[in-house]
Design a protein. Structure first.
Length: 451
């Protein structure tokens, strides 16, 4: 097909899924692609901020060794050889104290019946060996844990984790989602990072370069305010400043809730998707923080934060030498929760109280960055189903993003993979194809060098 006969494409949202869709089409020879992003640069949730010449993620980000699409793209931009892997320490804070479930001693001391500990280990091994979780789509996380490990394990561990992640009991969370998450072994395998850098910045800049080099027209600081349709097709994206961008095809990678507000008529399925809210506060201190850990689950459920991350424990060179970089994270069932609406000072005071309760001294940060994400992740409740890749209402509209990657974990890699899948679907609808998915699926990590 000659290049100029390809349809023009407008991609809504310049996070990783939008970038991946644009790249998939551009490398297949499509030349008229416009990507529209509200923020000042591309990257979305994987974006960064700068303090004193160093860059940090909006909230903890680590590379998972099973996240093939992410590893593939890191390789594609030449950054994979720079990735280093570190076994991290994950702590579990309950009323009885702090426990490292990754060590035999910590696991044995954890307040749970010995018989439940055996059941827990069996559950983890079973989950590790199961790749496809679709048979658990319509069952709850409570059913999964009760069937595979028992209510004792659920009460001691998973009810707490479910509250921390979704602000919901296990009975309301999808069993498929929990199973897929256990399969990924997020806390027990080594995690990746790039020394002397914030790896998400390296990734976002690298993939932004890929699409710019491939001729994609990128419009940042451009908020889509409305979509105009005619005869069952979306015709125009109207930006907040009144500019109109026309296209033959549209790809939405923005949260479904935002999309449904931009255009009047969409399926009930899309409208029913609800999003969790997220607060992430990153700060730096020169105080020494002990015990050593990267990830602490505040499973006592008596604090505002769900987790505290010590970013400098995974990547000691992320900031200035000797700085400790602390990240407080709270997942909220929705952005309507009062915590989401506290002022910056109030929020900081709440997290400092959490810090005092856990570490026994006052946190004295010398800078702080607060990110409030009103729509972070779809609530993966029991029965959640991915919306179709092609809009049921608009003949020329496609979807990509982490609301389509259930039951997989929500990650940079799954966002990239979703973008590639949608790019391919568009190509197939226009009698072309892409080898990207096969290349991602066959991608293998050859080694996992330590720092
Ligand atoms: C605190 C935190 C920790 C995380 N930890 C990890 C981790 O450890 N490892 C990992 O791999 N992943 C992690 N992730 C997940 C990962 O960052 C995301 O899943 C991924 O970046 C999502 O990409 P996306 O393109 O699907 O969505 P988004 O990044 O949300 O992209 C959507 C884009 O659309 C834009 N947009 C929205 N509305 C409009 C509009 N009206 N007009 C124009 N543009 C619009 C937004 O600005 C945004 O850039 C984490 C995320 C967070 C927030």
């Amino acid at each position: 097909m000659p290049a100029d006969s390809h349809p023009s494409v407008v991609v809504l949202g310049g996070g990783l899924s939008g970038i991946a869709t644009a790249w998939c089409l551009a490398r297949a020879g499509w030349r008229n692609i416009t990507l529209i992003e509200r923020g000042p640069e591309l990257g979305g949730l994987a974006g960064s901020f700068e303090k004193d010449g160093h860059f940090y993620p909006l909230g903890y980000h680590h590379i998972l060794h099973r996240d093939r699409a992410l590893l593939f793209f890191l390789n594609e931009i030449g950054a994979l050889p720079d990735v280093r892997w570190r076994k991290i320490r994950m702590l579990f804070r309950v009323a009885e104290g702090l426990f490292d479930l990754g060590t035999p001693g910590g696991f044995l001391r954890f307040p749970m019946a010995l018989s439940d500990k055996f059941r827990f280990v069996r559950l983890m091994m079973k989950a590790f060996n199961k790749r496809d979780w679709t048979d658990w789509n319509n069952r709850s996380a409570a059913e999964l844990i009760d069937a595979w490990a028992g209510p004792g394990v659920r009460k001691a561990i998973f009810e707490k984790l479910s509250r921390l992640k979704f602000d919901l009991p296990c009975s309301e969370v999808s069993g498929a989602w929990l199973g897929a998450r256990l399969h990924f072994r997020e806390g027990s395998a080594p995690l990746g990072y790039i020394p002397h850098a914030n790896w998400t910045k390296v990734l976002c800049e690298g993939v932004a370069r890929l699409i710019r080099d491939a001729g994609v027209s990128v419009r940042v600081r451009s908020t889509v305010a409305r979509l105009h349709a005619e005869d069952g097709r979306i015709r125009t994206a109207e930006l907040q400043d009144g500019t109109r961008v026309e296209g033959d095809l549209f790809v939405s990678t923005i949260p479904t809730e935002v999309f449904c507000k931009l255009i009047s008529d969409e399926t009930p399925h899309l409208r029913s998707i609800q999003y969790t809210g997220l607060i992430s506060v990153v700060c730096a201190t020169r105080q020494k923080i002990e015990p050593e850990f990267y990830w602490m689950n505040l499973a006592s459920l008596d604090r505002a934060a769900c987790g505290i991350f010590l970013l400098s424990s995974l990547n000691p060179t992320i900031g200035r030498a000797g700085d400790a970089c602390v990240n407080f994270v709270t997942h909220l069932q929705s952005r309507d929760r009062p915590l989401f609406h506290l002022s910056d000072d109030e929020l900081l005071a709440v997290y400092k109280a959490d810090f005092r309760a856990v570490f026994g001294f006052e946190l004295e940060p010398f800078w702080t960055n607060i990110a409030r994400v009103p729509m972070y992740s779809p609530v993966f409740n029991r029965g959640f189903q991915n919306p179709a890749i092609r809009s049921a209402t608009w003949r020329n509209c496609y979807f990509a993003g982490n609301y389509r990657t259930f039951p997989s974990i929500v990650s940079t890699g799954t966002a990239l993979a979703s973008g590639v899948e949608t790019g391919r679907a568009i190509l197939v609808d226009h009698r072309q194809d892409s080898d990207l998915q096969e290349r991602i699926n066959s991608f293998r990590l050859k080694s996992m060098p330590k720092a």
